[in-house]
Design a protein around this ligand. Structure first.
Ligand code: NAD
Length: 334
């Protein structure tokens, strides 16, 4: 059953679930599978080695699905700063109409995408950043709570409070991001005023996700205590899987006098982290994971996952209405 919200209408999707823009994971096969299943698949621009390679990835995705999909561009400190404008221009020229932006100083990119008539979903971790993105004209905000994988910002506000604040502060639709892996979290997000959800780690653990089966198995075997923050002392905090390399980084950061990025660069490089997904060794490098690993117990196809989410949202909402005599089910039926 479709879940109809301002987000699903704006994006033209059946179920308002956006696949998070994950480095090394957001490739055509996964993005197309999510879109085909009724959500919004997202290609991660920086996973492609060049703007031209992104063009090829977009063409490949279009061969796999005729449904809407988007492109993520994340602006964060990088060992080799990417040609963000080049990726953006390539995607627009290839006809992409939906973009997810995230990270620092996204104003110029947002303005460019809006000038090209695109829909922009901007992901951020604070209400003040959400409001400034709203002023820049983004269409949807993705409100990323402290539970999230990757970069949660430096304010450490969990999703429950952040989303409730979003409900009172924001004028435009928003989705909940961070900590959502099942229909209960989805329904809770709707109750907190969100028009949908963004899920990253949960989609890493699907049949169509391009990562090694051993890493999917590792996620299934993990609990909510198996992530850790690195880069806290560098003000670029990232939640990653708690493995040997992550703990080594944390130890170096705790040294008297702290650490410079150069001290940990070789341990944390994305090029090394990427090999984890290729060789299946969870201790080989740094890889992002949210606390939601504690809720992931299987490796479904994207279609199975999205259908299950729909079913669970419906069950959760109708279960709740039984607690409130006289209430009717707020999930719209088509
Ligand atoms: P990378 O190898 O350039 O860097 C690895 C990690 O170190 C990243 O988290 C990066 O933010 C951090 N870093 C780099 N230079 C830093 C500095 N001077 N100070 C503090 N931290 C620093 O990263 P990569 O894996 O090749 O990814 C390329 C870019 O994509 C990075 O900016 C990364 O943050 C970003 N990224 C995007 C997504 C996404 O979902 N789109 C996910 C993860 C990372």
């Amino acid at each position: 059953m479709p879940i109809i919200t301002p987000v699903s209408k704006l994006l033209g999707i059946r179920v308002p679930v956006i696949q998070g823009g994950m480095q090394w994971v957001g490739v055509p096969k996964l993005a197309a599978a999510v879109s085909e299943a009724g959500g919004l698949g997202i290609l991660t621009a920086l996973t492609q080695p060049s703007p031209d390679a992104l063009r090829q990835a977009i063409r490949e995705t279009k061969k796999l699905t005729s449904k809407p999909f988007g492109v993520n561009i994340t602006l964060l400190p990088s060992i080799n700063p990417p040609d963000y404008q080049g990726y953006a221009r390539a995607a627009v020229e290839e006809g992409v109409k939906i973009f997810e932006t995230a990270g620092n100083n996204p104003g110029p990119l947002i303005k460019y995408f809006k000038s090209q008539g695109c829909i922009v979903v901007h992901k951020c971790t604070t209400i003040r950043h959400a409001k400034s993105a709203e002023r820049l004209g983004v269409d949807i905000l993705s409100i990323d709570g402290f539970e999230c994988a990757g970069h949660p910002g430096e304010d450490d506000v969990g999703g429950l409070v952040l989303l409730a604040r979003a409900a009172t502060e924001l004028k435009i639709p928003y989705v909940a991001s961070g900590g959502i892996g099942d229909g209960r979290g989805f329904a809770a997000s709707l109750a907190l005023g969100a028009g949908g959800v963004n899920m990253g780690t949960r989609f890493m653990c699907t049949v169509e996700s391009p990562i090694h089966q051993k890493i999917k198995d590792k996620i299934v075997a993990s609990t909510e205590r198996d992530t850790v923050h690195i880069f806290r002392t560098l003000h670029n905090t990232a939640r990653v899987f708690k493995n040997k390399v992550a703990m080594e980084v944390v130890t170096i950061e705790k040294r008297p006098g702290g650490a410079k990025f150069e001290d940990i660069k070789d341990l944390v490089s994305g090029a090394r982290g990427r090999k984890v997904y290729e060789n299946g060794d969870p201790d080989y490098g740094i890889w992002s994971a949210g606390v939601v690993v504690g809720l992931i117990n299987d490796v479904p196809t994207c279609e199975e996952l999205i259908q299950r989410l729909e079913r669970e949202v419906e069950e959760t909402v109708s279960g709740l209405t039984k607690l409130v005599p006289g209430a009717s089910c707020p999930v719209s039926k088509a």
